[in-house]
Design a binder for this molecule. Structure first.
Ligand code: GRF
Length: 187
């Protein structure tokens, strides 16, 4: 069974969906670690409640990004983590982690990439007035939301949809699709 680490910075609803999928057996993986770049947040409460090992790390405590990532890699290796799942991790993965985990890092992004990369993808889609957006699951490379695409799902935007409504629709789809796609990758 793949031993994975989830990286998340905030709410962690996708982390929860992965935990739940592991519990019911639809995702056959072991979540060996949650990594957060913040010392508080709902995702940490979720990890505690689910008794999943977690590790908080702030880049401010390190001289540079290389040292920051070297510490993360050490934590991952000490737990024999084989695969990294980004789920709302608000930081670019740098070369130190990328080199240690080639083709073994995936991300979920709330737009149909290459449209609307980066921050506030849902707000960007609403502001652009598009009728369809969605979500993308992709491998991570050195760019911002640029790695090879694994799966996408379209979500219709209704004329009166607010940002909050679109976010809710996209996240509901994410919670179903992320565990499914990971299970396919691992099997
Ligand atoms: C998700 O919508 C994901 O697409 C994006 O960040 C959001 C994280 O939400 N990368 P949550 O923390 O999993 O609730």
């Amino acid at each position: 069974m793949k031993k994975i680490a989830v990286f998340a910075s905030g709410n962690g609803s996708n982390f929860q969906a992965l935990v739940d999928a592991v519990k019911v057996g639809t995702l056959q993986a072991e979540i060996g670690l949650l990594v957060s770049d913040r010392s508080s947040g709902a995702v940490l409460d979720r990890a505690q409640k689910e008794t999943i090992d977690y590790f908080c790390i702030s880049p401010r405590d390190f001289a540079d990004k290389t040292e920051f990532e070297m510490e993360i890699v050490q934590q991952l290796k000490s737990r024999a983590i084989e695969f990294i799942v980004l789920a709302g991790y608000m930081r670019l993965i740098g070369s130190t982690i990328l080199q240690e985990y080639p083709e073994s890092i995936v991300n979920i992004h709330p737009s149909l990439l290459p449209a609307f990369p980066g921050k506030d993808a849902i707000g960007q889609a609403i502001d652009a007035g598009v009728q369809v957006s969605g979500l993308t699951i992709h491998y991570v490379d050195a760019g911002m939301d640029t790695g090879p695409i694994i799966a996408q799902k379209e979500i219709e935007i209704l004329p009166d949809d607010t940002k909050e409504e679109l976010q809710k629709k996209i996240q509901q789809a994410e919670h179903v699709m992320y565990p499914e796609v990971l299970q396919e990758l691992f099997s």
